[in-house]
Design a protein around this ligand. Structure first.
Ligand code: SAH
Ligand code: SF4
Ligand code: F3S
Length: 439
């Protein structure tokens, strides 16, 4: 069959789509990029906010009108299987049942496989390793690979649906991850991103000394990998050991993505975040003092239940203090089944949420403008991630996207001099190719 994929949500979902595409290709099906050529459409959904969930529902409607068979995977399928059916979905697959995608596409399963999870969890984890022994055909990039190291979340922030859609934390055995990285290196990948909802919680459930710091020590010298990235870090799970391991290894990204969610202790507590504002600021201070050139990314939820003007002021002052190079800002959206939706009213009016979002994004825009302009005149090393119309782009090791003239193939390392910077794009001029760093 010819299968079209539409993926919403986070990197975890993007990686899951790659895995499902790989399984289908291996079973003789074809992945098509154009809906016109498709027999089946798979929507890999995100449930983090009402807005993302609604995108899935409206797309099902549009696809059914075209007469396609429509399957739904991802986070919405874990919480709204009945709604999906009533809106016309032909099958639903839970987040830990990816390995059933072939049966689902071939019509060999019941409507909803979301319940058949426990065995499949194990399968999925072993699947990741066996997969890499065979050809890797469907990863989005041929040079930069995403590698899941931990699935699920145990944190239960009161607003968040993820622990319900992804289940408890399960770390992959370190040996499996190392094998996968070696296989990727030998098939030409030169960048790896380790992924997890809380990537720095990696190994805690295994209780055998596995950790992200230890993983970095073990994979760092695998020949061919020029850069390692890691996403997303839960603030209170960043250890001094991890900070040191990163500090000592220049080919590991200098960017820590550390969602704060709020700058107010009262709100952090109500969110069940496991750190205070002071601890968060101290963490950033420790990172910056050890890791030369470290940059920080973050996420903020605006207008959570009970957020007063004073609480919001605390968030603004945190943003001024930390100076993020990237900040995701989202209005609070109550999610069915979460503690917050049961206990705390969604009491910040929409107009106030909007006003606060605008104030925050205006402030962040000014900060990014200032931080990016500091790069002008500097030379930075970039690995090219893509090119079009005679221009190429790629990221610096501290995670800033730079655009420059010239068609350089994806995966190549180049040195670029920054000539102009805005709060958004940063522009450079190619000044040379980097010889592979040998340490
Ligand atoms: N595990 C990561 C975040 C994963 S969810 C962490 O805890 O840091 C990605 C982001 O979605 C969160 O950081 C949060 O900012 C946002 N988010 C999650 N639930 C939300 C909700 N109910 N309303 C608005 N934003 C939400
Ligand atoms: Fe959601 Fe909190 Fe888990 Fe992040 S840590 S995925 S915000 S419950
Ligand atoms: Fe969305 Fe699920 Fe990721 S809810 S953010 S796709 S884990």
């Amino acid at each position: 069959m010819k299968v079209f994929f539409k993926t919403y949500g986070c990197q975890m979902n993007i990686r899951d789509s790659e895995i499902m595409e790989e399984l289908l290709v291996r079973s003789g099906h074809e992945i098509v990029k154009d809906l016109k050529n498709a027999d089946v459409a798979v929507i890999n959904t995100c449930a983090v906010r009402a807005k993302s969930e609604n995108k899935a529902y409206s797309l099902i409607g549009r696809l059914k009108k075209r007469g396609l068979k429509v399957g739904v995977t991802g986070c919405v399928s874990e919480i709204a299987s009945k709604d999906l059916k009533s809106r016309g979905a032909d099958f639903v697959l839970g987040t830990r049942a990816l390995t059933s995608i072939v049966d689902a596409i071939e019509g060999k399963m019941d409507f909803d496989m979301s319940d058949h999870l426990s065995d499949l969890e194990k399968q999925l984890i072993t699947f990741n390793t066996s997969q890499t022994r065979k050809s890797i055909t469907t990863r989005t990039s041929k040079h930069h690979a995403w590698v899941n190291i931990i699935a699920g979340c145990d944190k239960f922030c009161t607003y968040c649906i993820v622990p319900y859609t992804r289940g408890r934390e399960i770390s992959r055995p370190m040996e499996n991850v190392i094998k996968e990285v070696k296989a990727l290196a030998s098939s030409g990948y030169n960048q790896i991103t380790f992924l997890g909802q809380n990537v720095d919680s990696y190994g805690k459930d295994l209780k055998d000394g596995t950790s992200l710091a230890e993983l970095f020590r073990r994979v760092y010298n695998i020949s061919g990998i020029e850069r390692f990235w890691f996403l997303t870090s839960y603030p209170s799970d960043v250890t001094n050991e991890l900070i040191e391991v990163v500090a000592e290894r220049p080919r590991i990204s200098r960017n820590f993505h550390l969602p704060a969610q709020s700058g107010s202790n009262a709100i952090l507590k109500r969110m069940n975040r496991q750190y205070t504002r002071e601890e968060y600021i101290d963490l950033i201070r420790r990172i910056r003092s050890k890791v030369k050139g470290a940059t920080i990314g973050g996420d903020i939820i605006v207008g959570f239940s009970g957020e007063t003007d004073e609480d919001f002021e605390q968030t603004l002052s945190l943003i001024k203090e930390v100076k993020y190079v990237r900040l995701n800002i989202a209005p609070y959206s109550p999610r069915r089944g979460t503690v917050a939706s049961k206990l705390y009213p969604d009491d910040v009016p929409t107009a106030v949420k909007k006003k606060r979002m605008l104030a925050l994004s205006t402030l962040q825009h000014a900060i990014m403008d200032e931080m990016n302009k500091k790069l002008v005149g500097k030379s930075v090393d970039i690995i090219v991630e893509g090119n079009s119309d005679g221009k190429s782009y790629g990221r610096t090791i501290d995670n800033r996207m730079v655009f420059f003239e010239g068609t350089i193939p994806e995966g190549e390392s180049v040195t670029v001099k920054i000539v102009r910077a805005t709060a958004g794009p940063i522009y450079g001029e190619l000044i040379g190719k980097v010889l592979k760093v040998v340490e």
